[in-house]
Design a binder for this molecule. Structure first.
Ligand SMILES: *Cc1c(COP(=O)(O)O)cnc(C)c1O
Length: 418
């Protein structure tokens, strides 16, 4: 059974001050998890997690992670601005973008962030416009074909828009060396939301072997390997969480097998996890506002897909708890819906839950990553608040809810409203 990190009594206090819907984050859970990750890779002296800002782009959350030793992985101008705003500096910022606009590269360079090139043509694009090349850069590798773990296809890099081919890596490293680069990183992101402890070790083996080859071919000094994101979380109560200690140990064994014998035992390991860092430590809290019985039974919430897009977009499962009814039998079958004029605006379809009444608080689990951040304004729906549940049990509003004025703010309304 999935247990919320907040009690009904706590929520009843919170909603007196902040109306639903809102995303709630668990500071204690975030910190404990970040410490476990650090411990899992403690064998690597220079290990660093660069939190993938796109998962939860809130500076208060980023600051908590900074206090736990994390940097930031940014992919856009505004994400770079957030990293700068919370005081991350230079190599504490990884810039892993694609289809990168010039102004994004310019800011990344100004901040001395580590540039992770997505494409070989970006090297020339960067150098031509910026007229300078940092001493340390990273390149993103796409091995093509299918990515398999013990013969199971995990994803198809050959269909993905990201990264350099193997041949382009060699060529790109040589170009970068001519432009004065001294230290190199190698990055790849080959599968998302993986549930096996083997993902990082298998990925690490590919990257480590490639790093050794590149070192032999070009003489380049490989300073770090960036394993990127992709470690999953158990959205469904039947799924097992990844054992992060086993993951760290698996990567260590490959490191000992491949890098150490090649004389590359000083390579740092970096990660860019988003979902794993935040997913389980956030939830969407909503109120049941309507009950509808036609050919099926519907519960309508004051939240909709604009607050959490994953079920609508990917058919993703998110567990639901009807607060205060945790011990009642799940003997009622419902579709749990939002109010968008889109029939796929459903948080759950044919879900067995306890009997729900209008006014019940409905908690949707695991929205801490790729939840609020994927929100949008379709149907004129407004983005919700974000609230932090602090370690001492108090709450902090870390983003207020949008108002109609926010929604209209980018229009020229001169003379429109009387
Ligand atoms: C999205 C993304 C991540 C984080 O992915 P998760 O699945 O949330 O761990 C890391 N790096 C890059 C380049 C990404 O695009």
């Amino acid at each position: 059974m999935k247990k919320p990190f907040v009690t009904l009594e706590q929520l009843q206090e919170i909603v007196k001050k902040y109306p639903t819907p809102f995303h709630l984050y668990d500071e204690k859970g975030i910190r404990e998890n970040a410490r476990r990750l650090k411990q899992a890779f403690a064998w690597n002296k220079e290990f660093k997690e660069y939190f993938a800002v796109k998962a939860t782009p809130n500076p208060i959350i980023m600051k908590i992670l900074k206090e736990e030793g994390c940097g930031a992985d940014c992919s856009s101008l505004t994400e770079l601005m957030l990293a700068d705003a919370i005081g991350l500096r230079g190599s504490e910022i990884m810039f892993s973008s694609n289809v990168t606009p010039l102004e994004d590269f310019q800011l990344a360079h100004k901040l001395n962030a580590i540039i992770n090139f997505d494409d070989i043509t970006h090297i020339d694009f960067f150098y031509r416009h910026i007229g300078d090349m940092p001493e340390t850069v990273c390149c993103r590798y796409n091995p093509g074909g299918d990515f398999k773990i013990s013969n199971e296809i995990m994803d198809t890099p050959g269909e993905a828009k990201y990264g350099f081919t193997r041949q382009q890596l060699t060529e790109g490293f040589k170009q970068l060396q001519r432009l004065g680069v001294k230290h190199f990183g190698l990055h790849a992101f080959l599968a998302s939301n993986t549930k096996t402890n083997d993902y990082y070790p298998v990925l690490a083996e590919i990257l480590f072997k490639t790093a050794v080859e590149l070192n032999r071919e070009t003489g380049a000094h490989i300073a770090f390997i960036n394993l990127s994101g992709g470690i999953g979380i158990p959205y469904h109560p039947d799924e097992e969480p990844v054992d992060i200690m086993a993951v760290g140990e698996g990567v260590r064994q490959v490191y000992e097998k491949v890098l150490v014998p090649a004389g590359m035992g000083d390579v740092a390991i970096y990660t860019e996890l988003g979902r794993f860092m935040l997913g389980p430590y956030g939830c969407l809290v909503a109120t049941a506002i309507h009950k509808k019985e036609i050919y099926k039974n519907y519960i309508g919430l004051d939240a909709c897909a604009a607050n959490l897009m994953r079920p609508t977009m990917y058919g993703a499962y998110h567990h639901i708890t009807v607060m205060g009814k945790e011990n009642e039998p799940c003997d009622h079958k419902y579709d749990i819906t939002g109010g968008l004029c889109e029939n796929n605006d459903k948080f759950a379809i044919d879900r067995f839950l306890p009997k729900i009444e209008v006014g019940d608080l409905i908690l949707i689990h695991d929205t801490g990553a790729h939840g609020f951040s994927m929100g949008y304004n379709y149907n004129g729906k407004l983005r919700s608040a974000e609230i932090l549940l602090r370690e001492d049990g108090s709450t902090q509003l870390i983003r207020r809810a949008e108002t109609p004025v926010d929604y209209f703010a980018t229009l020229d309304v001169t003379g429109l409203f009387k």
